[in-house]
Design a protein around this ligand. Structure first.
Ligand code: ASP
Length: 592
């Protein structure tokens, strides 16, 4: 039903016209955003990805009948003259708010059904509806701007690496499984009955092979696939900025990635302070209760065990005697918390697994107040408060127990307080490197040690002699990049020696035979002259989401899946024809 475009060519976008364009004849092409029919006069806003422009059609104008027929989301062409808006109609909040188009001709190129939700208002439509009609959802200015931002970040990344001699090299999507700790998506082979490709959890092995192949510096903006149990804000396919370089040391990787983040933040006109803080894993766990510490809100956790080892407050004294700790942090201005707020914090701490939460503050005249005052005595509590830098108006929160779990509870409390007090500004960017992760962690379910990163991560050379006797104490040459409490990247220096690689596989309870079967080609490759190498992968979706101020990566992915890994628009996954299954030598086991 639409008219043809004919020879109409866009002269300007819907976001570009200013008062300096007044008097020009223009042609705009776009969507009708909203219309206002005032009888003898019709206004409508025309929208494209660059913005909105007001069009006006007055009585006596031959285009008026067409203008009256327009509905939201019709695609139209408008030809007319740029004119100033009447003084009382100018809209300083709109980029094009000083002008409007006096339409001479309107062409309806395509009509539209009434959309299932309004594009024009940003009022949240139900998530399911948004995903089912994603192409309509994407028309909304917020998502358009997110996609534009994502593009600009990707381009900044490419320019950055290109300028430093990194080559973008594509790696296979149909490949052999690489262990990153998640489940593989498998693709059955038609020509090799009973055999499967895996979709890459990451290009880890390939990028290492590229180093062995002498390509020296590699990067790739690449899709990775992990069939994980559904966790908050994960997507089964996601995008990494994957990087590897020969002759790498952790310092070289930091020096490469910090200016990259500077370039990326430059996309939104922000700068960063460098160098980023570098924090050993053990310190992150002790001082923030997390391996992804959010540094926007202070409130670092201090160890105060020494103050309470001999005190009269039994829960603290006994915790220290049992090899545990007393730790706490200061809430600036927290002295004014009401009893109810304090009780709520204590309840939250107990919910998190703490035996209890003790608060300390100064009341009227500076006297120390605390539920532990009687047992511990004023001097000890006053010293603990002073040790943490707590002043008259502050509040010290203390918990006791095993070291890691105590910090974890306090760390959660710290974040809850920061969220409540709005200390986690979306436009503050606090980066930190977390380094020296343990190489292995014990997995109760599997009854064996597993890699904290992946099995190709190099141990610290000084810790090598503990690999067999005390694997839990071996540190990895691994690092995570954390931004505002989110892990936005992780990497390591790799093992470049086949024998050490075999030793690590053995320690992971992967037998020589299994290692040969799964990674034989890679172990063999390591024997042909392997440069020391290392790299990192950054989560592009998360980085863009943080820059865009979005809490979910879904808002920066054009066609995301639901939390249940479903594409609601196209309807996948979906059953396939029996014929296809036969071709693939597959039979579906039905549960009925
Ligand atoms: N392949 C790793 C990952 O996907 C990153 C790396 O070690 O470079 O997490």
């Amino acid at each position: 039903m639409g008219e043809p475009l004919g020879t109409w060519t866009r002269t300007d976008t819907c976001g570009g016209l200013r008062d300096t364009d007044i008097g020009r004849q223009v042609t705009l092409l776009g969507w009708v955003h909203r219309t206002r029919d005032l009888g003898s006069l019709v206004f409508f806003d025309l929208r494209d990805r660059e913005g909105l422009t007001q069009v006006v059609v007055r009585e006596g104008n031959a285009a008026l009948p067409v203008a009256k027929r327009l509905r939201s989301e019709f695609v139209v062409g408008v030809r007319g003259t740029v004119q100033p808006r009447a003084a009382d109609m100018a809209n300083p909040r709109m980029a094009t708010g000083a002008i409007e188009i006096d339409a001479a001709e309107i062409r309806v190129l395509s009509e539209a059904r009434t959309p299932p939700f309004q594009i024009a208002d940003e009022v949240a439509a139900a998530d399911e509806l948004r995903l089912k009609y994603r192409y309509l959802d994407l028309r909304r200015p917020r998502l358009q701007s997110n996609l534009g931002l994502r593009h600009r970040v990707a381009m900044a990344v490419r320019r950055y690496f290109d300028a430093r001699g990194f080559w973008e090299i594509e790696t296979p999507v149909l490949m052999r499984s690489t262990p990153e700790g998640a489940r593989d998506y498998l693709v059955p082979s038609r020509v090799h009955p009973g055999e499967f490709y895996a979709l890459p959890q990451s290009p880890q092995i390939f990028k290492q092979l590229l180093m062995i192949a002498g390509t020296d510096r590699y990067f790739q903006i690449v899709k990775c696939f992990r069939d994980e149990d559904l966790r908050a804000d994960r997507q089964p396919e996601f995008t990494q900025v994957d990087v590897e370089m020969a002759f790498a040391r952790p310092e070289l990787i930091f020096d490469l990635i910090e200016p990259l983040m500077e370039a990326v933040l430059g996309v939104i006109g922000r700068s960063v302070d460098r160098p980023f803080r570098r924090m050993p894993y053990a310190e992150a766990i002790a001082r923030f209760g997390s391996d992804k510490p959010d540094l926007r809100c202070g409130m670092e956790i201090a160890d105060l065990s020494g103050f309470f080892a001999d005190c009269g407050f039994a829960p603290f004294r006994e915790a220290v005697a049992a090899g545990g700790v007393v730790r706490g942090f200061v809430v600036a201005g927290g002295a004014r918390y009401s009893r109810r707020q304090l009780d709520e914090l204590a309840a939250q701490a107990r919910q998190g697994g703490a035996a209890g939460l003790v608060w300390v503050r100064r009341g009227e005249g500076g006297a120390v107040q605390s539920p532990a005052l009687k047992g511990a005595g004023e001097p000890v509590l006053a010293r603990a408060l002073a040790e943490c830098g707590g002043g008259e108006s502050d509040l010290l929160l203390l918990a006791a127990g095993k070291p890691d779990s105590t910090s974890k509870v306090l760390g959660e409390l710290r974040l809850a307080i920061a969220r409540e007090a709005r200390l986690l500004a979306a436009d503050a960017f606090a980066f930190t490197w977390v380094v020296d992760f343990p190489l292995f962690e014990w997995d109760d379910g599997e009854g064996r040690y597993v890699s904290v990163h992946h099995p190709f991560t190099s141990p610290h050379v000084e810790d090598l002699d503990r690999l067999e006797e005390s694997p839990g104490s071996v540190r990895a040459q691994a690092y995570d990049l954390v931004l505002n409490g989110s892990e936005i990247g992780g990497g390591s220096i790799r093992i470049h020696d086949a024998q050490l690689q075999s030793r690590v596989f053995r320690r992971l309870n992967i037998s020589d035979e299994e290692a040969r079967r799964r990674f034989g080609f890679f172990l063999e490759a390591l024997e042909y002259g392997t440069p020391p190498h290392g790299g990192i992968a950054l989560g592009l979706d998360r980085i863009v989401a943080i820059l865009a101020g979005e809490s979910s990566i879904r808002e920066v992915i054009a066609f995301p899946k639901t939390a249940a890994a479903v594409d609601l628009m196209a309807g996948s996954p979906s059953p396939v024809d029996e014929r296809q299954l036969t071709d693939l030598h597959l039979r579906v086991a039905r549960s009925d």
